[in-house]
Write a protein that binds this ligand. Structure first.
Ligand SMILES: Cc1ncc(C[n+]2csc(CCOP(=O)(O)OP(=O)(O)O)c2C)c(N)n1
Ligand code: SF4
Ligand SMILES: [Mg+2]
Length: 272
């Protein structure tokens, strides 16, 4: 049986083939399979990002600016123009690209370590300048790529390789809620936080990504979508436990939703 070129496999008997071979439902902009851990949330975020670019029909004028982390390997499977920057510097590189080519749709893809540790000043200054680019933050609360060390967004109590008894405010400081900070800044067109731990969350996050690009296309200034992503490997949980861990830990500290809706003034009333 097929519908929209996707084969529907009968479920009345054990499958005869591995699920990944049953139907290729990957977006056509994804060239091959990713190499990330089972249960990782980052490929889910990549998928909805690529689908959004296709649905907005801006693939040919999109340029991605990618930092360093597990998602860094996506540059090999994204069928899109991509620049990979030094750690934390993606917002500044995106600034240069967009200023030289204002006709393009420019987005960054950074992890929490890349954006909030290594390049904190870059994203804040880019937002303050009101650069008309879209930042995508994949926040899993760890430096996943280098083995799961604590980052600036690790929530209190979270166990990491460098806070094995759990992050302690007195010893390690408090987590930095970067999206909430940027949502309060002038020069900002749209800021939201989504999560990919549930099917509904994936859909809502995809809508946020679309809204961010629509804000950019309308010239409304800096947009940021923070996406909470599972990192079972760095969280010391199994892949199936990842979504529950995300809901019980990160989502409690980082509430989901629009933090700076399109067309709203900065919350401190300074206007834009
Ligand atoms: C200047 C510099 N700082 C740090 C590193 C090591 N490094 C490379 S990727 C990475 C982890 C980035 O973490 P994050 O952005 O959160 O991405 P994740 O792997 O969690 O997806 C680090 C620390 C490096 N190679 N060079
Ligand atoms: S270490 Fe974490 S972020 Fe990196 S691929 Fe594995 S699950 Fe994903
Ligand atoms: Mg990370």
């Amino acid at each position: 049986m097929t519908t929209q070129n996707i084969e529907i496999v009968p479920t009345g008997a054990p499958p005869q083939r591995p699920a990944t071979k049953v139907a290729d439902a990957s977006p056509s902009l994804m060239l091959g399979e990713h190499s990330l851990c089972p249960g990782c949330g980052e490929p889910v975020a990549l998928r909805i990002l690529l689908e959004t670019l296709q649905e907005l029909d801006i693939v040919q004028r999109s340029i991605g600016v990618v930092g360093h982390g597990c998602y860094g390997s996506f540059v090999r499977i994204m069928d899109i123009d991509v620049l990979q920057c030094l750690h934390g510097r993606a917002p500044s590189c995106a600034t240069g690209i967009k200023r030289m080519r204002p006709d393009t749709a420019v987005f960054t893809m950074q992890g929490d370590g890349d954006m909030v540790n290594e390049g904190l000043q870059e994203v804040i200054h880019t937002a303050a300048r009101g650069e008309n680019v879209t930042a995508i933050l994949l926040n899993n609360g760890v430096f996943g790529d280098t083995g799961g060390q604590q980052t600036a967004t690790t929530v209190l109590g979270q166990r990491t390789k460098t806070s094995i008894d759990g992050r302690d405010a007195e010893q390690h400081g408090h987590p930095i809620p970067i999206a909430d900070i940027i949502a309060r800044m002038d020069g900002v067109g749209y800021v939201a936080r989504g999560a990919v731990g549930t099917a509904g969350g994936v859909l809502r996050t995809k809508k946020m990504i679309r809204t961010a690009f629509e804000a950019q296309l309308a010239g409304e200034g800096f947009s940021l979508v923070e996406i909470l992503t599972m990192c079972p490997t760095g969280w010391f949980v199994t892949a199936p436990q990842g979504p529950d861990y995300l809901a019980e830990s990160m989502e409690q500290v980082y509430p989901l939703g629009d933090l700076h809706p399109r067309g709203s003034a900065a919350p401190h009333g300074a206007g834009r």
